[in-house]
Ligand binder design. Structure first.
Ligand code: CMC
Length: 441
């Protein structure tokens, strides 16, 4: 441990790039190295009141101020509203790239050239089909099962079809799993939807782009070939790009945490998708639409805002742990919505959403807390205009996020500093006590 201890505060010469801590319990001085603006929590362990003392820990519920890893994938400046994947601004990626190019970038670190992209797209296309037994598995769900529950379960079930995926230390096996997961998630998502409406499953059409094929599996009825509107297919592709990664969010942390036990990646990703399902994370897009339905009309907005301020619920799609400014993804989605509505017709709930945003952004409660629209505030309006049912929204988020989960998982595996994730606790429960017999309780 590269740190020094002095018995009196102020003694010795302090090194630059260090943090000096005085333990007022003992008067001892500790000098801890600072690297990348952080100190290592384990360096605090030397701070003890006596040799029997376990040593100092940090207490950080919900990881409010703890970096759990070093990462090269996604950069966010929450105050400035900046989001970059591998250094590229999200705005440029959304405008100039396809989702498959971005997935390649996130996972491999660089944008593909033409040859690399063709090979990557071929590999993804090659794996879009799922084992026929997955259909039987899907059929076992009740007709009104939430598609996210079906999605989470079938992702987990894939691990039983690909037992060799646990040999992920082999780069070829890891690459095969990455191709399989990115290519199969739209198939699983569409199958879940078709099951819920009692329609036959539609097999992948590998002539179509990633997003267009997904729309075909969702909405094809009797046509020989389903050709989605190119503007809608492009809009969905952009939405996948915007959702692809978001550094150490709840589900990425779940992917890394579960994967750190060295379980197979399908099981880890099922856990990540389950984390995404929650209404504070990827389930928020679904909640936004339900909230807009409850509000119903613009004149009810002031009363709704008052209820939120009185603690009777949240303004869903607002606020973010990291962004204390407009979420750059929400700005892109707002513009995208205009293009989509030109094709589909305007979603009447847009007016309520715009007014809600206008009022909230002028209200002291939201201004003081720096609560701005996040990615989920407007995305649902587009999904709904494209005819996706509300409970499919978190599944759409999961399709795009799959590449991010895999990139985070791979980075964790290849990082020599990572080990099984295992936080500490501050135990405040009983000391040892005697178990009374049942008759005495
Ligand atoms: N509506 C009303 N008040 C809010 C909201 C909201 N949407 N979000 C935060 N606040 C208040 C919160 O009550 C707290 O107030 P006070 O200081 O008086 O106690 C203050 O703002 C700080 O909030 P917090 O809960 O400490 O912030 P957090 O970083 O723990 O939570 C969040 C972040 C996203 C979970 C939260 O803002 C939230 O619940 N938003 C609504 C759900 C949502 O839209 N989630 C999607 C997030 S973006 C997609 C993704 O997951 O990547």
């Amino acid at each position: 441990m590269d740190s020094t201890t002095n018995s009196k505060a102020g003694a010795g010469v302090t090194k630059p790039n260090t943090l000096t801590i005085t333990d007022n319990r003992t008067g001892k001085l500790y000098e801890l190295p600072i690297e990348n603006g952080t100190i290592k929590a384990i360096d605090l362990r030397q701070i003890k009141t006596d040799p029997e003392d376990f040593g100092m820990m940090t207490y950080d519920p919900a990881f409010m101020n703890t970096a759990s890893c070093k990462s090269n994938i996604t950069f966010i400046d929450g105050d400035k509203g900046i989001l970059r994947y591998r250094g590229y601004p999200i705005e440029q990626l959304a405008e100039r790239c396809s989702y498959l190019e971005v997935a390649y970038l996130i996972i491999k670190g660089e944008l593909p050239n033409k040859v690399q992209l063709e090979e990557w797209a071929r590999n993804i296309t090659y794996h879009t089909y799922v084992h026929e037994n997955i259909k039987k598995f899907m059929d076992g769900f009740h007709h009104d099962a939430h598609p996210m529950g079906m999605f989470v379960s079938t992702v987990a079930a894939l691990s039983t079809f690909y037992p060799s995926a646990k040999h992920f230390d082999n780069p070829e096996e890891r690459a095969a799993t990455i191709h399989r997961l990115i290519s199969k998630v739209p198939t699983l998502a569409a199958f879940a939807y078709r099951h819920s409406i009692g329609m036959p499953f539609v097999y992948p059409d590998n002539d179509l782009s990633y997003a267009a094929n997904f729309l075909s599996m969702m909405f094809k009825v009797a046509e020989v070939k389903y050709e989605p509107n190119p503007i809608l297919a492009k809009a969905l592709d952009v939405l996948f790009i915007l959702h692809a990664d978001h550094e150490q969010n709840c589900s990425a942390n779940a992917m890394r945490g579960i994967g750190s036990s060295r379980v197979d990646p399908y099981s880890a990703m099922a856990g990540a998708a389950a984390a995404l399902y929650g209404p504070l994370h990827g389930g928020a897009n679904e909640e936004v639409l339900r909230m807009l339905d409850v509000i119903g009309s613009k004149d009810k907005i002031p009363a709704f805002i008052k209820d939120v301020k009185d603690g009777k619920g949240k303004l869903m799609g607002f606020g973010h742990r990291i962004y204390k400014n407009y979420d750059p993804r929400a700005s892109i989605i707002k513009k995208l919505a205009d293009q989509v509505f030109e094709v589909t017709g305007r979603n009447p709930k847009l007016d309520i959403a715009l007014e809600l945003e206008r009022i909230a952004l002028q209200d002291d409660y939201f201004v003081k807390r720096k609560l701005y629209p996040n990615v989920d505030f407007y995305s649902g309006l587009i999904y709904q205009a494209m005819k996706f049912p509300v409970d499919m929204f978190p599944v759409l988020f999961a399709i795009g996020r799959t590449s991010g989960w895999l990139a985070q998982w791979q980075e964790m595996l290849l990082d020599p500093e990572q080990k099984i994730a295992r936080p500490r606790q501050v135990f405040l429960g009983h000391g040892q006590r005697e178990v009374p017999m049942l008759s005495k309780r």
